[in-house]
Design a protein around this ligand. Structure first.
Ligand code: OGA
Ligand code: NI
Length: 357
């Protein structure tokens, strides 16, 4: 079914629910028992790897190699890492996050001007997936396109606060630069030509879009999730987390590890398209978000994606007789219809691409 032009059910802003001060959450947000957050004490001291990029950007060949090796291990073992000294100024990182926090603190009428629809998802939204009756997540968001530039539409970006647009533009530019650097590091680490993955992503025509997530305070955080378990459908994601409030949990074997955000760090994770391109050498890892009874949380998830109409399939150099192609080719445009229809569903989508044997 094509995406409908409007939502099939009335949209309720989670922030408005939170602002009523009610001590209970509506049934629609209550997850089945198996999906509710478990607070695992054992893994509390585990964290995803933290990688300092200073030497990658400024060092000599030997020190660059050492950092590339750390990135390689993190991609293999975790699919998630935090980068510090990434070259994006602290002012810009803080500015972008706080500007967007201000956006969500404006009166509802202002935000409603940007209300989104399931055709493109651009704008102010409160659900992912349009199927009627779905259990919902405890979050609102704002979604916008940056690349390709013909999809960027400043008229759909918030006018207030006044410098939001400018700061978002600057931040986006830095993220795209970083995305290209990491694609070439991944390519080299995989034994490919430096520009291999960039080329497979569609060369200069890559996609980049931003989802700003707003997780309001929640009176019953043990019954719901801010964002259900999913892997990111795109290429890779750059997540700027709230620096005071944690909430992101990453799956490691059968446990959920709560990420402790490092100051000014950016969290990087592998998406489904890189899992497919690398024939499963790098995996897109499941993650989810838990919410908090006394603190709201803001995060900026930047999705760095292949061009929407190129076929994404395992890179020929990574396919061997002992490791045949694990996934069937598909364009990213086709691929993302799934999450846009059904909402976050763990890793069921990339699994469904597995070639029949
Ligand atoms: C996402 C995501 C995590 C977070 O937007 O895809 O996983 O901490 N966000 O907000
Ligand atoms: Ni995600």
């Amino acid at each position: 079914m094509d995406s409908p032009s409007e939502w099939l059910e009335p949209i309720v802003r989670v922030q408005s629910l939170s602002d009523t001060g009610s001590q209970t959450i509506p049934n629609r947000y209550i997850k089945p028992l198996s999906q509710r957050p478990s607070f695992n004490i054992q893994s509390d001291n585990l964290n995803i790897p933290i990688i300092d990029l200073y030497e990658l950007i400024n060092g000599d060949t030997t020190s660059q190699k050492a950092i590339m090796y750390q990135i390689s291990i993190a991609c293999h073992d975790w699919g998630f890492f935090q980068i510090v000294n990434h070259g994006i100024s602290h002012e810009l990182v803080d500015g972008a996050r706080e500007m967007w926090r201000e956006f969500f603190h404006q009166p509802m009428e202002v935000k409603q001007d940007y209300a989104n629809a399931p055709k493109t998802y651009e704008g102010y939204g409160s659900r992912l997936g349009y199927q009627k009756g779905a259990v919902l997540d405890w979050s609102d968001y704002f979604f916008l396109h940056y690349l390709p530039s013909n999809l960027k539409n400043h008229n759909k970006w918030p006018l207030q606060p006044p410098s939001l647009s400018y700061v978002t533009e600057e931040y986006s530019n830095e993220i795209v630069r970083l995305g290209k650097v990491l694609l070439s590091v991944f390519s080299t680490n995989l034994g490919l030509q430096e520009d291999h993955l960039q080329h497979a992503f569609g060369g200069d025509d890559i996609g980049a879009c931003l989802r700003v997530n707003f997780y309001p305070k929640c009176p019953q955080p043990d019954l719901t999730l801010g964002l259900s378990s999913h892997s990111d459908p795109g290429g890779m994601t750059f997540l700027l987390s709230d620096e005071h409030v944690s909430g992101l949990q990453v799956r490691k074997a059968d446990e959920w590890i709560t990420v402790k955000p490092e100051r000014h760090a950016i969290i990087v994770n592998i998406g489904d398209q890189i899992q497919v391109l690398t024939n499963g050498i790098y995996k897109s890892v499941e993650h989810r978000v838990i919410v908090n009874p006394d603190k709201e949380r803001v995060s900026l998830a930047y999705f760095f994606n292949p061009k929407s109409n190129v076929l994404i399939k395992p890179v020929a150099e990574l396919v061997t007789s002992t490791k045949p192609a694990l996934y069937q080719p598909m364009t990213f445009d086709e691929y993302r219809l799934f999450i846009r229809t059904k909402g976050p569903q763990g890793k069921s989508q990339v699994e469904s691409l597995k070639s029949p044997r």
